[in-house]
Design a protein around this ligand. Structure first.
Ligand SMILES: NC(=O)c1ccc[n+]([C@@H]2O[C@H](COP(=O)([O-])OP(=O)(O)OC[C@H]3O[C@@H](n4cnc5c(N)ncnc54)[C@H](O)[C@@H]3O)[C@@H](O)[C@H]2O)c1
Length: 377
């Protein structure tokens, strides 16, 4: 690739809305980073410590993700400050409060702390149905029928990114050892995907600690995991090692580390413990900017969030922009969406690592984003 680096967008988002709640208390923000043809989209994060700054960074990441895959939709994100107490009431208040935004062209989906069932609660409260859109033919079925079978799309794309990076780095890959931090929707799908392609899961972390072994069969572990990504320690086989140290996943000897959990999981205080030569961001902003710099100096390859984890957003965007062939039956439609995502993630990963190899001292992402922007113009 030979393109000029124009840099990523600087400056302010299109707009930020502070949420105080309609018909009940609420604390949060909606950040619309960019609008394309009056549309924007992004997930909704609900954690006790989410900040406006975090939501802004996530919304900017959405703009980059959608640009990288060429979808004509702007980037946005919502954040709700909550520890999940009075969950249903909070989500209903959120739905009432953001209703005008949802009806005005902003699509909000799930993110950390918000499940598909939670999304259904705030959609219903807002009276929002993504099938309805001005100026376009209606979707032939409801959002859950379209979107829920695609729940593993992000993990699929993250797995594709890991494979593409391994091929780029090592040629014919052979079997690699993989550690996955976070065993929720994304982490579980990545585990299945990489194991099915001959790689070995040697470590998995959830909020309670790290489990490691010579080989952790993905389906066996998934059978012990609840829908929030917590693994039941009491039913683990004896040969596995269990650690409660919060960052023990950094000490597992592996070739690939997939980060599929929290913000800044790898940071300046722990980056020196990294053992894997390849890190793939399945979650958003899981490596801090300072840690990224240190990883580049140490020669660790990073596939960043906006390249690797676009799958779920792309699946939603393909429907909102009415690009997906709705007439395909369920399984074929799923294959079509997964293939669409895989093609873009593979190409973006390869091109990003090529740019990185040409200019090892600088961040390759701005160059890739400006190249894609020119192609999609
Ligand atoms: N689900 C998607 O389609 C999607 C799309 C893009 C990005 N993401 C991002 O990926 C990440 C994971 O999403 P998910 O849907 O799998 O979430 P999830 O809620 O289903 O699972 C999160 C997992 O991370 C674990 N976890 C949380 N904090 C941890 C910590 N400090 N240490 C170790 N483990 C921890 C939890 O125990 C759980 O296993 C989030 O950052 C999310 O924003 C998700």
């Amino acid at each position: 690739m030979s393109v000029q680096d124009e840099g990523l967008e600087a400056g302010e988002p299109a707009f930020t809305v502070s949420l105080n709640g309609s018909g009940g208390p609420l604390k949060g923000w909606v950040v619309v980073d960019t609008l394309v043809d009056s549309l924007a989209m992004g997930g909704t994060r609900m954690t006790p410590d989410v900040t406006e700054e975090e939501v802004r960074a996530l919304a900017r990441g959405m703009t980059h993700k959608l640009t990288l895959v060429g979808l004509p939709i702007g980037g946005a994100k919502a954040g709700i400050v909550s520890d999940g107490t009075a969950r249903e009431e909070t989500l209903r208040t959120f739905g009432r409060t953001v209703a005008p935004l949802l009806h005005g062209g902003l699509h909000l989906g799930c993110d950390l702390g918000v499940t598909p069932a939670d999304r259904a609660v705030f959609f219903a409260e807002a009276g929002y149905d993504p099938r309805r859109k001005n100026r376009a033919v209606d979707m032939p079925y409801d959002w859950r029928t379209y979107y829920e079978p695609l729940v593993d799309c992000t993990g699929h794309g993250v797995g594709v990114a890991a494979l593409a990076a391994l091929e780029q780095l090592h040629g014919a890959t052979g079997s690699r050892r993989v550690v996955i931090q976070g065993f929720g929707t994304v982490g579980r799908a990545v585990a299945r995907f990489l194991e099915a392609r001959g790689h070995r899961i040697v470590g998995v972390a959830d909020i309670e600690g790290t489990i490691s072994a010579e080989r952790l069969p993905a389906d066996d572990l998934i059978a012990l995991t609840d829908s929030f990504g917590r693994i039941d320690r009491s039913r683990l086989p004896q040969e596995v090692t269990v650690s409660q140290e919060p960052e023990a996943w950094l000490d597992v000897d592996a070739d690939v580390l997939v980060l599929a959990a929290n913000h800044n999981a790898v940071n300046s205080a722990n980056v020196h413990r990294l053992r894997a030569g390849l890190v793939v961001e399945g979650g958003n902003i899981t490596v801090s900017p300072e840690a990224k710099l240190k990883m580049a100096v140490a020669g660790t390859t990073l596939v960043p969030d906006v390249v690797a984890n676009v799958g779920g957003a792309a699946a939603a965007g393909l429907a909102l922009a009415r690009i997906v062939p709705f007439e395909l039956p369920g399984d074929a439609r799923k294959d079509w969406v997964f293939d669409w995502v895989a093609t873009r993630v593979r190409n973006n990963t390869r091109d990003l690592l090529e740019i990185a190899a040409e200019r090892p001292q600088s961040d390759p992402l701005p160059t890739l984003v400006s190249a894609r922007r020119k192609e999609h113009r």
